[in-house]
Design a protein around this ligand. Structure first.
Ligand code: SF4
Ligand code: SF4
Length: 398
């Protein structure tokens, strides 16, 4: 069952490095991290900076195969008892162009995962967390990330354009999300949960005012959020001046909350294969697996259909056996343009992968014993030894 753990980026990287190295050494193992997208083509906001908004207007949503009644059947394939040592370590419930809390599958997914030794994060806009049953379930997960983006109702209405269940515009989106956040924190206290809450912001020249944002950050800290992340609007013609230094100054000024700036994701340069499927794929609402969260929609080709297999392990054996069979070549995925999620991009880009691997911690004695699994760890150790001792790395990336 969930133990309310918070993992920082270095833990992610260590897991991904071990899976990457094991794969390169000829092991066929499922990924340590999986995204689950229970909705396709649907959101109750329409943020002007939304990367997925064009997709919602232009492409056909995926078939809804993952639904409340079959959540257990689908997740049993991933968490098959037979392959317990190789279960994913962390699951993110989120959306490609969509809001996950609009799906009736989200609460059963959380309840299912709560009984497994897996770290669970929900990434949401927070508008639907007023549902008491959903809020009770969310208070028990490990990590909640809410995209708030603005600091008042007027900006919420103008730039995030929220609608209620009947399609009518909402005037007080900011107040609703703040109220829902307080509600979750109260449940966290009552349930003695250690839920880690992050709040994210996209800064634009229309919405960023340092003093207002300072007040909002203090309010979020006082409510009980522990982390704030800010990034630029990548579609804007002109970015906010001095945003990174402002955020650094606010972090120094405001105690009790970790405030940081996220560097924009960039297009990575040429590489032949995509390691997304091996280290961090996305299971979309059609129950197919896509190479990464950025491409889990009908524009792209999935690399496998989970419903065709009894277990995720069998799917991986089929997709990637014999040993060293390559990951999907980038051309076969579709027009993703190599705009990779930043953490996966660091494994796709050969020079960055090599750098990352040299920073990877070897598994501790305890980690060797527990859920990474004997075979996984043995391959990792053998391959890592050759990686670190050979001048010409045998993965071909030297
Ligand atoms: S809440 Fe997220 S998915 Fe919805 S419109 Fe805004 S950015 Fe897009
Ligand atoms: S964007 Fe990057 S990680 Fe995603 S499918 Fe394309 S190559 Fe793979």
């Amino acid at each position: 069952m969930s133990t309310n753990r918070y993992n920082d980026k270095n833990v992610f990287f260590d897991w991904m490095s071990r899976t990457y190295i094991t794969s390169k050494a000829g092991g066929v193992v499922p990924p340590c991290l999986i995204d689950i997208h229970p909705v396709s083509g649907e959101c109750n906001n329409d943020c002007v900076w939304c990367i997925g908004r064009a997709q919602r207007n232009e492409i056909v949503p995926l078939n809804k195969t993952l639904d409340a009644p079959n959540v257990n059947d689908v997740l049993d394939k991933i968490f098959s008892l037979r392959w317990k040592p190789l279960w994913p370590r962390e699951v993110h419930i989120c959306g490609n162009d969509s809001e996950p809390t609009l799906s009736n599958a989200t609460k059963p997914i959380i309840e299912y995962l709560h009984k497994k030794p897996v770290v669970v994060e929900l990434i949401t806009n927070g508008l639907k967390l007023d549902d008491p049953d959903l809020a009770d379930a969310v208070a028990q997960i490990d990590k909640l990330s809410i995209s708030l983006d603005v600091t008042n109702n007027d900006d919420y209405k103008e730039f995030k354009r929220p609608k209620n269940d009947t399609g009518v515009s909402i005037d007080n989106g900011y107040d609703i999300v703040i109220g829902n956040l307080k509600n979750i924190v109260s449940r966290r206290r009552n349930q003695k949960s250690k839920l880690h809450i992050s709040v994210t912001f996209v800064a634009t020249r229309h919405t960023y005012h340092k003093d207002q944002w300072r007040r909002c950050f203090v309010q979020l800290r006082d409510i009980g959020a522990r982390k704030i992340r800010v990034r630029d609007d990548l579609h804007a013609k002109k970015l906010v001046d001095n945003l990174q230094s402002d955020i650094k100054a606010l972090n120094a000024e405001i105690d009790g909350i970790d405030i940081g700036f996220i560097s924009p994701e960039e297009k990575y340069s040429d590489f032949e294969y995509c390691y997304g499927p091996r280290i961090w794929p996305a299971l979309a609402v059609d129950c197919r697996l896509y190479a990464c969260a950025h491409i889990a929609n009908s524009t792209f080709r999935p690399f496998a259909d989970l419903m065709q297999y009894s277990t995720l392990m069998e799917l991986y054996q089929d997709a990637f056996y014999p040993p060293n069979s390559p990951c999907p070549d980038v051309q076969s995925i579709g027009p993703c343009e190599r705009k990779c999620p930043s953490m996966i991009g660091r494994y796709n880009e050969p020079a960055l992968a090599k750098k990352r691997l040299t920073m990877t911690a070897l598994p501790s004695a305890k980690q060797k014993r527990d859920c990474i699994g004997g075979t996984h760890t043995k391959l990792f150790n053998e391959y890592t030894e050759s990686f670190f001792t050979s001048e010409n790395c045998s993965c071909g990336y030297s």
